[in-house]
Design a binder for this molecule. Sequence first.
Ligand SMILES: Cc1ncc(COP(=O)(O)O)c(C=O)c1O
Length: 396
Amino acid sequence: MRPVPTPTPTPSSSPPTAYAWEATDEQVAERYGVPLHRIVRFDLNTSPAPPDLALRLLRAGDFGRAISEYPPSDYRDLVQAAADRYGVGEREVLVGAGADEILDLLAKVFLPPGASAVIPTPTYALYRVLTEQRPARAALVPRAPAADGYALDAVAIRLAARDAALIWLCDPNNPTGLPERDGALADLLAGLLADALADGRTAPIVVLDEAYAEFVGRSHVALRDAYPRLVTVRTASKAYALAGMRVGFAIARPELISIMEPYRPPGSVSIPSVAIVAAALRDPAVLAVNLARVAHERSRLAAAFAASGFPARPSVTNFLLVDLGGRDAARTMASALLARGLVPRTFGADHPLAGHLRFTVRDEAQDGLLIEAFAELAPPLRTAVDDPATSEEPRP
Ligand SMILES: Cc1ncc(COP(=O)(O)O)c(C=O)c1O
């Protein structure tokens, strides 16, 4: 699930009661007085699958036992399909109920209470939530500015990692939408290993969340050979468009997987989910069709944002980040979109992306609604943002 940061961050020592999960469609409909059927979620990074996909994949499974029985506790068929798809051994795969369950498990297993975890920010909000829930200390390391592609600051990460048990990395990064430059993560891991050797300590666990890896066509799972404490996280939710199935994976060397294994729930992924995701992983057409759809719709949305005067940041993923030029403008645009039932991802006032909105690439009809709304709402907002008398931002 996706945490929504609250205005007051929870101190590490407090119980994590200040976090809330995102509002449901029903709650949004009620809050903004919009009929439920008009709600479109541009905030969750889930791009709809072609309508026939679930049925086609369902046919591939045997569901005779699905209602009354537990799934096989080793998820054998799904593990085989994932190992083949990701090019790793079956003993290097662990199944979870979405990447989120895997991330939760990693915090539980590798982040002891009182330890420290490095989080390059801005990034996926759940890393901080899980860190603080241990409770552990979140060492936040800012990423480079937008002009430098929000790249990781390897020097600062290595420094912060000196007393850290775990590092949360995300590539391509959510919510900024870009991958690291080729070789950057290999160099960072080599540096982390060298620092640990020099200090005579165990290198930190590096969690590399590759939820969006298929969109860039590149993975770093092979780096587990050079950096044995690397855990790569994959999901069926994004490029496979199967978020409702709740299936994710940890990929790591067998030694690490066997440390995690006893902590995972034995049957958190249902029999239909096991069968559907295994079939999708084995069918190259599923991925190819979704990637093509997302790429096409992403260009259409990007062109519309640019035409409206608020160009999106470059993105390789199924979402686009748009700078609205200030917090007030972002808030105004978000409210106007919500009044039409179109739900953007907003960022809290303290967030480094507070003046931005993030939009998931959805299907042609839904994206059309967003394009129409932007064309109407953006020009007056652009004028207000550009007017020094009304602009809240200091001008150069
Ligand atoms: C970076 C990242 N990791 C994990 C997830 C959650 O994935 P899953 O649906 O597999 O739990 C998301 C969802 O938005 C995400 O953006």
